[in-house]
Each structure stands twice: as structure tokens, then as C-alpha cells.
Design a protein around this ligand. Structure first.
Ligand SMILES: Cc1cc2nc3c(=O)[nH]c(=O)nc-3n(C[C@H](O)[C@H](O)[C@H](O)COP(=O)(O)OP(=O)(O)OC[C@H]3O[C@@H](n4cnc5c(N)ncnc54)[C@H](O)[C@@H]3O)c2cc1C
Length: 322
């Protein structure tokens, strides 16, 4: 049964149109910012003040702990990362901004232009997008992983899932991101297992139920190496046993800038997003700022890039979206 509702969300004085379809909240926005660190919050400050309907999506950044920041302009007696982020958040929340405190699972091109962001409970449709997701996650330590990249090892279900129709595949990861990658793979194959590399799964009840219903096992063993003659056909586990497979999807940790770049088709340099002086990426309407663009990984740089990305996003919204 299709559950459909329509309502308007009032966030800090601004109306966001929203529908609910089968439990997923649909949000329409002009600029979506992924990341609540210095780059994302700085960008939001500018877009919201320019009257652009802004939605910020993300979780607390790593710096929001008890780390002392001694080199940020205006705080001679030092400030903790937590205090700095709290102050930035307070400043942005006073403006007309919507905050979605959830992990982003996928970002795709929208069917009618723009971009579509999915979290566990929301679908956010946006005309412009600022990626401010910090540095990308690290790869799992699996020997010969790099040798099989593009030869049975993939980092992107929406790019490569099609090539694994009715194949036996493994998803490596412990989080909601891995669970979502497995769920997306179900449209191509039912023969999927998730390996958590020895970690406790950090997957919500609703996703656990989806996986259980589809018969996708979650195995807490560690994969130590990949084997195959040209393409991967076997994984070795730390208990000495081996498991046959025809494909391996890496979805370790949280979805990162590198994952979003792959699914959107953005130009990258290694795991960093390529940008120009205006923080424009290779795709119109998508901008990137902060650590996810590489360079000097510092708060001052992230804040500056966030402001520039916002300026470009504001221009895009005014010229293209309205
Ligand atoms: C321990 C530590 C100490 C540091 N000390 C200093 C210092 O003293 N001075 C200094 O200048 N710099 C310091 N840095 C570096 C500084 O923290 C970074 O350069 C800065 O935070 C980069 O900002 P950012 O907004 O680009 O990324 P981040 O601050 O990393 O923020 C990224 C945001 O994206 C979100 N995100 C990522 N993926 C997802 C997803 N899939 N779904 C939802 N949200 C997502 C995160 O939750 C976070 O909110 C330190 C860093 C660390 C880790």
C-alpha cells in the first residue's frame, strides 16, 4: 500500500514543502549541503542569509570533540573543536535552515534534473548540492584489494551493480551504508552476503529486517585477502577458510565524498573531488568544499572554501533553479 501524505515543515521560520511516501519523508530544497563540519556550516551561513532554501544533512564532525584549536583566527586563548562547532551550529540555526541529522546513504542525479539524496528516513530533492563531507574513509586492510579494483572489486553499486546480475557477491562493511548497498544490489542479484570485517554491525532495525527478508546474511568474519586469476573469484578469511565469490563491493565505514563522486560521475584526483577556484566541480550545480577537496586540511581553509562554494551555489540557484 502506498502511504502518501503532504505537509509543510516550518523550520526556523521558513516553509519546506514535504510529502511522505511509504514512511520516507520527501523534502524539496534549493541547496542541499552534505556535512556539518566547518565547510558545510560556513556554506549554510551564506546560502541561508542569501534567502536560498537550505538543507544541511550530516552527523557531528570528528573535530567536535575536546580537541584544542590554537590556530583559528579570533580565538587567541584557544577553543575546543566542540565549542567551535556548537557556535557555528547556533549561528546557522538562527537562520532559516533545515537540519537533517542523519547519515547520507546515496546521492544520485534526479529524474527531472537536480539531485536526490537518500538517508534512512528522508529523500531530499535539490537543485544544487554542496559536498562538504570531510576526508574520505579508509579502505579495509585486505591484501591484493587494489590488484582487483575494476576486476571484480567495485566501490559503487549504482555504477557497477548491473554487471553482477544473478552473480554471487560479497559486500564488505558494517554500517548502514553497507546495508543500503546490499539492498540496492538486490535489484540485480539475490545471492549477497555482508562481511563486517569482524566488527559489530551498526545497522538500524528497519534495514536489518529488509536484509533478513531478502535472505542476506551478515557475517562477522574478517576477509584477509582476495584471490583470482585475472578477476576475483575467492576470498580468504582470517580463520583460514575460503569463500567463492564473483564480485566484491566495498562499503566500509560511512559513505564518503569519494562514493558520492563515483555515483554522480564527478572528476576526482585520488579520493579528493576536483574543483576550480569557485569550488565548482565537473558537474554544473555541484560544488565541494573543505577536506573533501584535498589541499591544506585545516579549519580556516574549510571555512573559506565553504563561503566560496555557497557564493557559486547562490548564483546557480538564482540563474538556473528559479
Ligand atoms: C583530532 C583532530 C584535530 C584537528 N585539529 C585541528 C586544528 O587544531 N586546527 C585546524 O585548523 N584543523 C584541525 N583539524 C583538521 C580540521 O578538523 C579539518 O580540516 C576540518 O574539520 C575540515 O572541515 P570539513 O567541514 O571539510 O570536514 P569535517 O569537519 O570532517 O566535516 C565533515 C562532515 O561531513 C559529515 N559526513 C561525512 N560523510 C557523511 C555521510 N555519509 N552522511 C552524513 N554526513 C556525512 C560528517 O558527519 C561531518 O559533519 C583537526 C582534525 C582532527 C581530526
Amino acid at each position: 500500500m502506498l502511504l502518501l501524505g503532504f505537509y509543510q515543515l516550518l523550520f526556523h521560520g521558513r516553509i519546506f514543502n514535504s510529502t511522505t511516501i511509504q514512511g520516507l519523508n520527501m523534502i524539496d530544497t534549493e541547496t542541499a549541503i552534505i556535512g556539518m563540519g566547518p565547510a558545510g556550516l560556513s556554506a549554510a551561513l551564506y546560502t541561508a542569509r542569501a534567502g536560498i532554501k537550505t538543507t544541511v544533512i550530516g552527523c557531528s564532525p570528528k573535530i567536535a570533540g575536546d580537541y584544542t584549536i590554537d590556530n583559528y583566527f579570533g580565538f587567541p586563548g584557544s577553543i575546543t573543536g566542540r565549542e567551535l562547532i556548537e557556535k557555528g551550529m547556533e549561528q546557522v540555526k538562527a537562520l532559516q535552515t533545515m537540519f537533517v541529522d542523519e547519515r547520507v546513504l546515496t546521492v544520485h542525479h534526479g529524474e527531472n534534473g537536480g539531485y536526490e539524496i537518500k538517508t534512512e528516513n528522508q529523500v531530499i530533492k535539490t537543485c544544487s548540492l554542496i559536498l562538504a563531507t570531510g576526508v574520505s574513509r579508509t579502505k579495509p586492510k585486505i591484501s591484493s584489494l587494489e590488484n582487483f579494483e575494476g576486476k571484480g572489486v567495485s566501490y559503487c553499486v549504482s555504477c557497477d551493480g548491473f554487471f553482477y546480475r544473478n552473480r554471487k557477491v560479497i559486500v564488505i562493511g558494517e554500517s548502514l551504508f553497507a546495508a543500503n548497498q546490499a539492498v540496492e544490489l538486490l535489484q540485480f542479484t539475490r545471492n549477497i552476503s555482508i562481511y563486517t570485517q569482524g566488527k559489530e554491525p551498526d545497522i538500524s532495525q528497519s534495514f536489518l529486517e529488509k536484509l533478513q527478508e531478502a535472505g542476506v546474511p551478515i557475517i562477522k568474519k574478517k576477509i584477509t585477502s582476495l584471490e583470482g586469476d585475472g578477476v576475483v573469484n575467492n576470498v580468504k578469511l582470517d580463520d583460514g577458510s575460503s569463500v567463492e565469490t564473483e564480485g566484491v563491493f566495498i562499503a566500509f565505514g560511512e559513505a564518503s565524498a569519494a562514493d558520492f563522486a563515483l555515483s554522480l560521475g564527478l572528476a576526482t584526483s585520488g579520493s579528493f573531488i576536483t574543483i576550480d577556484r569557485d569550488q565548482k566541480t565537473s558537474i554544473p550545480g555541484i560544488f565541494a568544499a573543505g577536506d573533501c577537496t584535498g589541499g591544506f586540511l585545516q579549519i580556516a581553509v574549510a571555512v573559506g572554501e565553504g563561503a566560496t562554494a555557497a557564493k557559486s551555489a547562490i548564483q546557480h540557484v538564482r540563474n538556473i533553479c528559479r
